[in-house]
Design a protein around this ligand. Structure first.
Ligand code: PMV
Length: 325
């Protein structure tokens, strides 16, 4: 393994405030204890080689920044550009991506991959990037993947911890952890989320009903403070109730689906303290706060209806170098 460096970055969930954040309310995001790991080593000549064995994806990148192969790597030229702008001379490399996160599920997989790759390539070609630099380079990459990213994903995966975000304001970082004796269970619906479509649907519904719906935006914004307070005081029951209310509000505006409702219902009926969709909705993932004593029954109930269920901590460390050359 000589010559290889390895960097990793965590995934994320939105704990409260998705969709409402699009029209000025705050959202609260947290890093999770599932990571994307990128191994990289120098090669003697271009093209650079990129692969993700789990996705069966491969690509080649020539010295001029042009990419051939899987679109899973379409953000890589932007990462190289970002590194060059910071003064790095990026030499030919091979990079291998391993991920504990499902793609296109709202768990920050693309931002975590970009952050880990940027950090690994910086270490291969000079001083490792600082978290702020990782975040800036990952933001450029997110633009390629998402068009107009909010900036939440690249920030949270780079710094880790928690983040309160309101459009147009610098995000406020805070350290977060779950109430003692609880875990966050994440279950995938098996459907990828359709962010653009869902954002348009929720906005349309909210605008049609604005004199009433605007109160939901205020309520969601207040719920951010309640969730932070519940986490700080370790009040698991309050956190569960806050999840249920958050889910009811985004669902009322059209962000849910039959698949999401099934998982939310199964989580609650098998013993979770509360459950909600996370991210855009429609498909993607559901999160539930669960006491450790109930973990087995909740995970078992969800596995009957979900292809991917994990129990995680929140507030995981941000992008880091795991192994130097
Ligand atoms: O599914 P995610 O994690 O990409 O989150 C989408 C969050 C929305 O509030 C629905 C959209 C946005 O840009 O904030």
């Amino acid at each position: 393994m000589s010559g290889w460096v390895q960097a990793s970055a965590p995934g994320k969930v939105i704990l409260v405030g998705e969709h409402f954040v699009v029209k000025g309310s705050r959202a609260l995001a947290a890093s999770i204890g599932l990571r994307v790991r990128v191994k990289a080593r120098p090669l003697a000549s271009w093209p650079a080689r990129l692969s993700s064995p789990a996705l069966g994806a491969e690509a080649r990148l020539d010295g001029e920044g042009s990419l051939r192969g899987s679109s899973a790597f379409r953000q890589v030229p932007a990462i190289i550009e970002g590194l060059k702008r910071l003064g790095y001379e990026v030499k030919p490399f091979e990079a291998v991506v391993e991920s504990e996160l499902p793609p296109a599920a709202g768990l920050g997989s693309s931002a975590a991959t970009s952050a880990a790759l940027a950090l690994a390539l910086s270490a291969l070609n000079g001083e490792p990037l600082s978290p702020g630099e990782v975040s800036r380079v990952a933001y450029e990459a997110e633009k390629v993947v998402h068009g107009r990213p909010s900036g939440v994903d690249n920030t949270i995966v780079s710094y880790g911890g928690g983040l309160v975000y309101r459009a147009g304001e610098p995000p406020r970082r805070l350290s977060l952890k779950l109430p003692p004796g609880t875990r966050l269970v994440i279950a995938h619906t098996g459907k990828s989320r359709a962010t653009g479509e869902l954002v348009a649907r929720v906005l349309g519904n909210a605008e049609a009903l604005w004199p009433a719906a605007s109160l939901l935006y205020q309520a969601s914004d207040r719920l951010v403070d309640i969730v932070i307070d519940a986490l700080e005081r370790g009040d698991a029951a309050l956190l569960g109730k806050a999840f249920d209310l958050a889910h009811g509000m985004v669902s009322a505006l059209g962000a849910s689906s039959m698949e999401v409702e099934l998982l939310v219902h199964k989580a609650r009926s098998s013993g979770a303290l509360g459950a909600k969709l996370t991210g855009a909705g429609g498909g993607g993932c559901v999160i539930a706060v669960v006491e450790e004593g109930r973990l087995e029954s909740v995970v078992k109930a969800l596995r009957l209806h979900s292809p991917w269920v994990r129990s995680v901590e929140i507030g995981a460390e941000g992008a880091r170098l795991d192994r130097k050359a």
